[in-house]
Design a protein. Structure first.
Length: 186
């Protein structure tokens, strides 16, 4: 079977990135589970590792799409993809600004964040990231990018479930009531 070398490299990068997404966000799910039980001296290590995992995934996806970019299927889909990516980015940033430091450092006390984008969904950063992924895939006309965005979406669903276990442990019925009043439940 004679496959173009560039395609083989792209496929290897794609598989590696899919593996990395699952492992890195698996770490994030683990971090939420153990954060309160870890010695305080180790907590910053977990936070910095989480920041690295999130940042590296944010950087890797657009770079991959530049490798696997194709001519647009239609100009409309290309522009729609860019609009989706921009909207998802704004939603993600809005959520990060709403949470501030709690984006990476789970608070030991406090209340559930229910304002801003958290009024819309329980996991606005994940939703924003997934919308960005699908939007950039449409813009780049990348089938592998579309599959990659799907891998990210499925991984973040699993991670959000892990986070929610922690939130139910910490806030109980208050969290479950909040979740029932959001428009989009992941």
């Amino acid at each position: 079977m004679d496959i173009n070398l560039d395609y083989q490299v792209t496929l290897r990068v794609f598989v590696s990135l899919c593996f990395y997404v699952v492992v890195s966000y698996g770490f994030v799910a683990w971090k939420y589970r153990v954060y309160q039980r870890v010695a305080k001296g180790w907590r910053p290590v977990l936070v910095y590792a989480h920041i690295f995992a999130a940042t590296s995934n944010i950087v890797a996806f657009p770079l991959f799409l530049l490798i696997d970019r194709h001519p647009p299927v239609t100009p409309f889909l290309s522009w729609l993809g860019l609009l989706m990516a921009a909207g998802g980015t704004l939603f993600l940033l809005w959520a990060g600004l709403t949470l501030k430091i709690a984006t990476f450092v789970p608070p030991t006390t406090g209340e559930i964040t229910t304002t801003g984008p958290f009024h819309v969904t329980t996991h606005p950063m994940y939703l924003g990231g997934v919308v960005v992924g699908f939007g950039l895939s449409m813009w780049s006309a990348s089938m592998l990018g579309l599959v990659y965005a799907l891998v990210i979406a499925l991984t973040l669903v699993v991670v959000s479930r892990e986070e929610e276990k922690n939130l139910v442990e910490r806030f109980g019925k208050a969290y479950l009531d909040y979740k029932e009043h959001t428009v989009i439940r992941l």
